[in-house]
Design a protein around this ligand. Structure first.
Ligand code: SAM
Length: 216
């Protein structure tokens, strides 16, 4: 976590400005494809309404819409949402996706959902993430799913990454969600290892916390 005295984080005291700056940099505009865990787990579900928290430039939103989901996708950065909207328009998917610039610490989109996704919804700032996840999970209908994936480690080349993320454990993630075990069926609860690729093409294994649950 950066502290207020971190010189290279001087502009980072305002979360909105930090993420705007991040998405103003061309190299981080889009991954160009949806996350593999999302694809593996959600492809098996019947499509419905999905809420995506911290959707970035919309790679996952576009894939969800392609699978037939009606997507509500929000991010604090208007740059990210503009890029996401442009990509969705180019792909002819805008009718299925409602992109919204939204600071989730202030408001969460209303409605009921068959799926809520929080994919690497992490920030260098202290923010009420657990509260946001709890509120959003309360909007999941019976039979609906919650998918939470978090960075649990960083690659060796990722000094910035290490600064930015607190790397929660599975157990702290679970405690933060505050899900009553009688109300939720646990479908996945594990540390998942994947291969990350660095800026020079180097590769390293990194871990993600994966929590995938279904409301009974
Ligand atoms: C680490 S990125 C992950 C983005 C994307 N879900 C992914 O899998 O690559 C975290 C995202 O959360 C967004 N974010 C951070 N704080 C937020 C807030 N308070 N409200 C809404 N979005 C926020 C950021 O703009 C950023 O796009």
């Amino acid at each position: 976590m950066p502290t207020p005295s971190d010189p290279d984080q001087s502009q980072a005291q305002d979360p909105q400005a930090f993420w705007q700056e991040r998405y103003a940099q061309s190299h981080s505009r889009t991954r160009g494809k949806a996350g593999q865990l999302l694809q593996d787990l959600v492809a098996k579900l019947p499509p419905g309404r999905v809420l995506e928290l911290g959707c970035s430039t919309g790679d996952d939103s576009l894939w969800l819409a392609e699978q037939g989901w009606q997507v509500t996708a929000v991010d604090i950065s208007s740059h990210a949402i503009q890029t996401a909207t442009r990509l969705a328009q180019a792909a002819g998917l805008l009718a299925q996706i409602e992109f919204e610039v939204c600071d989730l610490t202030q408001a969460i989109p209303k409605g009921e959902f068959e799926l809520v996704c929080a994919l690497y919804f992490q920030s260098p700032f202290d923010f009420p993430r657990a509260e946001i996840l709890r509120q959003a999970s309360a909007q999941i209908v019976r039979g609906g799913h919650l998918l939470v994936v978090t960075h649990a480690s960083g690659p060796p080349w990722g000094e910035q990454h290490k600064k930015e993320f607190a790397f929660p454990t599975l157990d702290t993630e679970w405690a933060d969600l505050g899900l009553a075990s009688e109300a939720w069926e646990v479908k996945e609860f594990k540390l998942h290892t994947r291969l990350a690729r660095g800026p020079q093409g180097q590769e390293a294994e990194v871990n993600d916390n994966l929590i995938f649950v279904r409301r009974r």
